[in-house]
Design a protein around this ligand. Structure first.
Ligand code: ATP
Ligand code: MG
Length: 220
């Protein structure tokens, strides 16, 4: 499966999702490679720390930021892996359309804080729709709630708006969600995932997310 973690918006957890999902899949005996498609190279740097720390399980990271090359390069690499996870840039640059074309499942992390989450997501979904018109089969896309706080009424209001918006494009929220937890940031700077860190609640939500995605992949 080729899974992308993409959004027009910065700082919503694209890289955090890619890294944690990759390690969870590797722990579930998949051979995993992350494509770092962001020139800011956050996941490439995480990988360098991870290699230095000799963290297990092994998850490969390859940087690819050329829109023209990414489709053939990922297809060639996919022969050697069970799962490829693409960590996208916070943009709607042409490379994002290529990533949409390549993906079997698109994950869109959402931090539901206000109107801009809605407007940016709408622009993203318009692009998603345009790309789907080039394809024979629609690529399933899902919103993933990130940095969620149950007590935050604003989150609920933004989620209600995004639920309606998503429905117009056939995009729904995953059942799994990720809460705001210090373990995500702390594990990241050590080159590991929450699966290799100390917060069992974070591990549980990443494991549930991984299982939900594997089930989606098996159905599609
Ligand atoms: N669930 C979470 N709880 C707490 N902190 C989080 C969570 N998810 C992400 N973060 C933190 O939020 C920041 C942004 O996350 P991340 O770098 O994954 O976002 P991004 O969408 O990849 O950003 P960019 O657009 O810059 O590539 C990081 O410091 C990360 O550690
Ligand atoms: Mg990133």
């Amino acid at each position: 499966m080729i899974i992308s973690s993409i959004s027009y918006k910065g700082g919503v957890g694209k890289s955090t999702l890619a890294q944690n999902l990759a390690v969870a899949l590797a722990l579930d005996n998949h051979k995993v490679c992350i494509i770092d498609a962001d020139e800011a190279a956050a996941t490439t740097r995480w990988f360098a720390i991870r290699q230095e720390a000799q963290a297990e399980p092994f998850v490969n990271v390859v940087q690819m930021t050329e829109a023209k090359a990414i489709i053939p390069s990922v297809k060639a690499l996919y022969k050697d892996y069970d799962a490829i996870i693409i960590d996208g840039p916070p943009s709607l640059f042409p490379i994002v359309s290529k990533i949409m074309l390549l993906s079997h499942i698109i994950l869109i992390p959402i931090v539901p804080k206000g109107g801009s989450d809605y407007w940016v997501t709408e622009d993203f979904l318009v692009r998603y729709n345009e790309v789907q018109e080039e394809k024979e089969e629609r690529t399933p896309a899902y919103f993933l709630l990130n940095m969620y706080k149950e007590s935050f009424n604003l989150h609920k209001a933004v989620v209600a708006g995004l639920t309606n918006l998503g429905e117009q494009y056939g995009v729904h929220f995953l059942k799994s969600k990720l809460h705001e937890r210090v373990a995500y940031g702390e594990s990241n700077v050590k080159g590991v995932s929450v699966m290799e860190y100390t917060d069992p609640r974070a591990q549980k939500e990443i494991r549930s997310l991984m299982q939900e995605i594997v089930e989606i992949a098996q159905k599609s």
